[in-house]
Design a protein around this ligand. Structure first.
Ligand SMILES: Cc1cc2nc3c(=O)[nH]c(=O)nc-3n(C[C@H](O)[C@H](O)[C@H](O)COP(=O)(O)O)c2cc1C
Length: 260
């Protein structure tokens, strides 16, 4: 006879399935289309900003963005993230000094030529004024493991994927709130754990300076791939005529069905 597994109270991911009714707002088609288009067009205006004004921004916008990021789906619902919001000028200066030291070494000797050439058109270098100019610097940490108060540890799953989704939501929320961001990855960035006093099970994942752009901010003249180059649809070759469904995608269509 199968035994019922017992729940380990030390493990926050261990538990029984307790179903509750789904809360779901079904939109009418016109509203759905309008919201979808508005979001697409607004997100298309997001740019990575590297020159920030020192002007303050309402803290609640930052807090709401972190709350939004924390709604992300995550492997086994481990929610393997910590977002450290830094506004202390002394700490920002310390982070900048350490980041510039690493970046100087990277630009001088660690980055292969191919990487340097790819960065040329973005106009980046080892000077990171954004880390002290932006009023807030959000540092996202990924938790590879859960560590309980009694030292109990358990592994987290799909940490990179979960972090990527959460940080995408963070950037989207900040952009929707009219703020500028930079997706920054000083490499290596282990110094952030030391400066910000984070535990050993957390790894720095992303640094996001946030604020308003400097009045004279410029961005590189780069383009995004066309929808046709990023969207592949796999639709039925002969859709059921009775339903009259439109199956043609806006992008290239990969026909995979062999139904005749
Ligand atoms: C994972 C990741 C790491 C990045 N790291 C840096 C970085 O360290 N410094 C920087 O100036 N930009 C960085 N960027 C920003 C990219 O250069 C930028 O997103 C890209 O040039 C496209 O520009 P856009 O965001 O304005 O569309 C990073 C972006 C991503 C997604």
């Amino acid at each position: 006879m199968p035994t019922t597994p017992t729940v380990d109270p030390r493990d926050p991911l261990d538990g029984e399935y307790c179903p509750v009714p789904l809360e779901f707002d079904r939109l009418d088609p016109a509203t759905a289309l309008q919201r979808s288009r508005e979001f697409r067009d607004d997100m298309a205006r997001r740019r990575t900003v590297r020159a920030f004004s020192t002007e303050d921004v309402p803290y609640e916008l930052i807090e709401n963005a972190v709350a939004t990021a924390a709604t992300a789906p995550s492997g086994a619902h481990a929610q393997p993230w910590t977002f450290v919001v830094v506004s202390d000028p002394d700490v920002k200066a310390e982070v900048r000094a350490a980041a510039e030291e690493e970046e100087r070494r990277s630009y001088e000797s660690r980055m292969p030529d191919e990487w340097l050439r790819a960065l040329r058109r973005l106009g980046t270098d080892d000077v990171k004024t954004h880390l002290t100019d932006a009023p807030y610097v959000i540092v996202a940490f990924a938790q590879a493991h859960y560590v309980g108060p009694d030292g109990y540890t358990r592994k987290h799953y799909y940490v990179q994927e979960s972090m990527g989704i959460a940080c995408g939501l963070l950037l989207a929320s900040l952009h929707r709130a009219g703020l500028a961001t930079l997706t920054h990855t000083p490499s290596p960035m282990g110094f952030l754990r030391t400066i910000l006093g984070r535990p050993r099970n957390e790894r720095p994942y992303l640094v996001v300076p946030v604020g308003y752009p400097a009045p004279d901010a410029t961005v590189p003249d780069i383009t995004r791939k066309d929808l046709r180059d990023v969207l592949v649809t796999v639709a039925p070759q002969h859709p059921p005529a009775a339903r009259g469904e439109a199956v043609r995608g806006r992008g290239d269509t990969a026909r995979s069905s062999t139904r005749g």
